[in-house]
Design a protein around this ligand. Structure first.
Ligand SMILES: Cc1ncc(COP(=O)(O)O)c(C=O)c1O
Length: 399
């Protein structure tokens, strides 16, 4: 018998060697208590969180929490059914209405996660004989959506406008084409040149899907994302997003102005064949989305945090994923996994949590310490984060 697990031997060995070097397991940290959007208790000590996707700090918003509690009391803990059977409650309709208003678009469809939104929309709209042209650094859920469908998949070099155009021009003119881009690429925290790319996609007869998971709530005058910021949201056919980041709960969605969009509710398998979100979750999401519409001050403060942290860590001599701050994510490039894990642990011992990211999630085999800022981080916390990076970087021999 061939052990079907033998394909995982390399990763099992990598983990064993890492733990044998004496570092704490960076992939099984427990948040013992969560005190606020920016502070939790880990290993019994208060820890500043700069590795969550809680960009707008909505998880402890009193209105959001009250809406969730009320929905639990009124509707119970779960729907126990699909959206197309018994799983559509008034809260699901309300959150879709909140999304239509947030994006000023005609249609909104809510999925149980952002992962499923990409899986469902991509695999359903791009079928046999169609072509998907996508950035090579696309999120796993985008790649998995491509795998689940039958379209021809054509990747191009990250953020390379010319490479994208070349690929598009090679596709038969009359074939269905979908270009998939992200507003913010979450590993390095860089943004896409959406304006130029969308113009080329349209000139070549392609529809465009933009995943704005890491920009919703924060980037753009109304927090609609990078496409709004670059003035091209009206050119985007499908925006994919998630409730698990700025919205502060769980769930995913697609918004669109396509006149036939509602047919998706009947044909999109990751929407039909799974249970809908619990009433408390959609109630928290709807309340949070409506508050994010008025989050101008928070957006401004988050940009200040991003600029301060980027400049501070750069001045210490660390190598960063972007030359300038482009989003709420600041990626600090580590020389290798061993030193990255040692630095991660040194930060944790100093009371700071960041994300350790490694291949295959990262581009070019990089090990990254990813800082993602929150609008609720105070200026004092940001200064403390920089101080901790300095001490830990020196202790780990990286600066
Ligand atoms: C770009 C992108 N799209 C989609 C998702 C999936 O979101 P969710 O957590 O709602 O499944 C993520 C999650 O990290 C993401 O980074």
């Amino acid at each position: 018998m061939t052990d079907l697990f033998s394909k995982f031997d390399d990763i099992i060995e990598m983990r064993r060697a890492l733990l044998a070097s004496g570092v704490e397991d960076p992939f099984s940290l427990v948040m013992e208590r969560v005190l606020s959007p920016t502070v939790a208790v880990c290993n019994g000590r208060e820890t500043i969180l700069v590795g969550t996707y809680n960009y707008m700090g909505m998880t402890f918003d009193p209105d959001v929490i009250a809406a969730g509690k009320e929905a639990l009391d009124l509707y119970g803990s779960g729907t126990t059914g699909s959206r197309v059977l018994n799983g559509t409650y008034s809260g699901h309709r309300e959150v879709e209405q909140a999304l239509r208003e947030f994006y000023a678009m005609d249609h909104a469809m809510v999925f149980s996660t952002g992962y499923q939104a990409n899986l469902g929309i991509i695999s359903t709209i791009a079928g046999k004989g169609d072509y998907i042209v996508l950035d090579i650094d696309s999120h796993a859920s985008i790649w998995d959506g491509c795998k689940l469908g039958d379209a021809e998949v054509v990747p191009f070099k990250h953020n390379d406008i010319e490479a994208m155009e070349k690929r598009l021009k090679r596709i038969p003119e009359d074939a269905g084409k979908l270009v998939i881009l992200e507003g913010v690429y979450s590993m390095m925290g860089d943004i896409a040149p959406l304006k130029e790319m969308i113009a080329i996609a349209k000139a070549n007869g392609a529809m465009v899907l933009v995943d704005e998971a890491h920009s919703m709530g924060f980037i753009g005058p109304n927090g609609r994302g990078v496409a709004e910021d670059q003035g091209v949201l009206d050119q985007v056919d499908f925006v994919i997003g998630t409730f698990s980041k700025s919205v502060g709960t769980v769930g995913g969605f697609c918004v669109s102005n396509h006149p036939k969009f509602e047919v998706m509710r009947l044909v999109c398998r990751p929407y039909v064949f799974t249970a809908s979100l619990p009433p408390s979750v959609v109630a928290t999401a709807a309340t949070s989305i409506r508050k994010l519409m008025h989050g101008h001050n928070k957006r401004q403060h988050l940009w200040e945090n991003s600029r301060t942290l980027h400049a501070g860590i750069k001045a210490l001599g660390f190598k960063l994923g972007t030359q300038t701050p482009q989003s709420a994510i600041i990626a600090v490039i580590m020389p290798d996994l061993e030193r990255g894990a040692a630095m991660w642990e040194a930060l944790l011992h100093e009371g700071l949590y960041v994300n350790l990211a490694r291949p295959p999630a990262t581009p070019a085999n990089m090990t990254l310490l990813r800082c993602s800022l929150c609008a609720e981080h105070t200026a004092d916390q940001v200064e403390r984060i920089i101080g901790i990076f300095e001490r830990a970087g020196k202790a780990a021999g990286i600066i």
